[in-house]
Design a protein around this ligand. Structure first.
Ligand SMILES: Cc1cc2nc3c(=O)[nH]c(=O)nc-3n(C[C@H](O)[C@H](O)[C@H](O)COP(=O)(O)OP(=O)(O)OC[C@H]3O[C@@H](n4cnc5c(N)ncnc54)[C@H](O)[C@@H]3O)c2cc1C
Length: 424
């Protein structure tokens, strides 16, 4: 279908992941006409851009929107990635979200001399008064250019965690997983359990207990106000959170990973002539992760005490055990061929790409320039970004609340435009 005349819409939402669906709900609640364009399918990243065995990191009672419970998952269980995708599809249907799939937005430019934006798409032009970018917190895989591909490299297959699907996908042999956030630890664990020898490169991380005193960490972060933190603690901007819902959910424990046979190493630093070197920061990174865990237990205990709550004590949660040899006597260099490493999985995160938006919505580095999703370019909005308004912003429950704020802002702007001066 191509449109001779641009289609006119009040609000155009770009992307139909959880952020786009949440946006649609709040726009409808405010009576604001809108259209959601999605280049693939609803919740595409949950369907096809994550590994096969992935389950949600938070329990089903928590990692959902307020308006619908998971139908087929125990509230304390962890939805599979396909159940999460099906949930958002069902949610979109429930709220009758006006989503058009298979349409990519390629550019947004401000109209001259009249309000609104001209939006180029793979299916013609749309004109919108307001545009909401809901294209995801994790758009472009990034990994540091440490190990060259081709003749200068070690010949190992190198993939990003977003391209990892299952152990069978990798050539026979041993694996280095770089990055110890939720993705890296879960992938390393799966590969080791499939019979591979695995090396895991561990940087700074937080590792909350899966549960403490009978409550999941998602609950603790909620009651302690930690999901609501407005900015990362100083110096901790890039600290990843290592949690897992795999195998019914468990605390990420690097000592247990080492005991099961994974070799822990520090941050991956340099590659030279077949040899990878690691920083000597492994013990410090493990210790900082432990300190993070213990601090949360302290905060939880203080909260229980202050509120006179009757939750069972759990002193064994503080027992960390001895450091494994790979921590006390760390490997600082690894000859990849000698170690039989045929694959490297880079679980090193993502960047965003907003080159399709007007420059006024971005800072000099091309990052979104906004306050709680309201961009510096009037009429452009963001939802779903990490720390958009708080720590929970890029997570399922958090984006729903941010979308409410953004829809409210659009409603307020529209209310000014309906003002009519009294006739004399
Ligand atoms: C491995 C992994 C596990 C996670 N697990 C959890 C979890 O358990 N619990 C939790 O709360 N959060 C989790 N998250 C974080 C977050 O919930 C997800 O990243 C989620 O997918 C973000 O939703 P979103 O709608 O903001 O973005 P996305 O899911 O990325 O959706 C954006 C959509 O926009 C579309 N799009 C992009 N560009 C265009 C364009 N130009 N035109 C049209 N459409 C476009 C994409 O196709 C996509 O469907 C996880 C993240 C990762 C990476």
């Amino acid at each position: 279908m191509s449109h001779q005349e641009p289609q006119q819409v009040e609000v155009l939402v770009v992307g139909a992941g959880q952020a786009g669906v949440a946006m649609s709900e709040h726009l409808s609640d405010n009576g604001i006409p809108h259209l959601v364009l999605e280049r693939e399918r609803i919740a595409e990243r949950w369907r096809t851009m994550r590994w096969d065995s992935l389950v949600a990191n938070g329990p089903a009672w928590h990692d959902r929107f307020p308006g619908l419970e998971f139908q087929d998952v125990d509230p304390d269980g962890f939805a599979t990635k396909d159940q999460v995708a099906a949930y958002f599809e069902a949610y979109a249907e429930k709220i009758a979200a006006p989503i058009r799939t298979g349409v990519e937005v390629t550019s947004v430019t401000r109209n001259q001399g009249r309000p609104g934006f001209r939006v180029e798409t793979s299916d013609g032009v749309v004109e919108a008064r307001y545009v909401v970018a809901a294209t995801g917190p994790f758009q472009k895989p990034v990994f540091p250019p440490i190990v060259p591909d081709g003749p200068e490299g070690p010949g190992a297959v190198q993939i990003h965690s977003s391209d990892y699907r299952n152990p069978e996908q990798l050539p026979e042999g041993n694996v280095l997983v770089v990055g110890a956030g939720s993705s890296g630890v879960q992938i390393a664990d799966e590969l080791q359990r499939s019979g591979r020898q695995v090396y895991l490169s561990v940087g700074p991380h937080d590792r909350p207990p899966r549960s403490y005193r009978g409550r999941d960490f998602c609950w603790w972060l909620g009651v302690l106000g930690l999901w609501d933190l407005e900015t990362p603690t100083a110096g901790a901007e890039h600290v990843t959170i290592a949690v897992s819902g795999a195998r019914g959910g468990h605390t990420v424990d690097f000592r247990a990973l080492a005991a099961q046979g994974i070799t822990l190493v520090g941050m991956t630093d340099r590659y030279d002539d077949g040899v990878l070197t690691f920083r000597g920061d492994l013990a410090a990174n493990i210790a900082a992760g432990d300190a993070n865990l213990l601090a949360l237990l302290d905060q939880a205990d203080a909260w229980v005490e202050a509120n006179g709550m009757d939750l069972p004590e759990e002193p064994q949660a503080r027992v960390l055990g001895d450091d494994p040899t790979s921590v006390t006597d760390p490997l600082l260099a690894l000859d990849l061929a000698d170690a039989g490493i045929t694959s490297i999985v880079w679980a090193t995160g993502f960047a965003t790409d907003y080159a399709w938006l007007p420059a006024g919505a971005l800072d000099e580095a091309g990052r979104p320039s906004h306050r709680r999703g309201v961009s510096s370019e009037p009429g452009i909005y963001f939802v779903g970004l990490p720390w958009l308004s708080r720590r929970g912003s890029s997570f399922i429950w958090g984006v729903w609340h941010d979308a409410e704020h953004v829809a409210g802002h659009i409603a307020t702007q529209r209310s000014y435009l309906t003002y009519e001066a009294p006739t004399a």
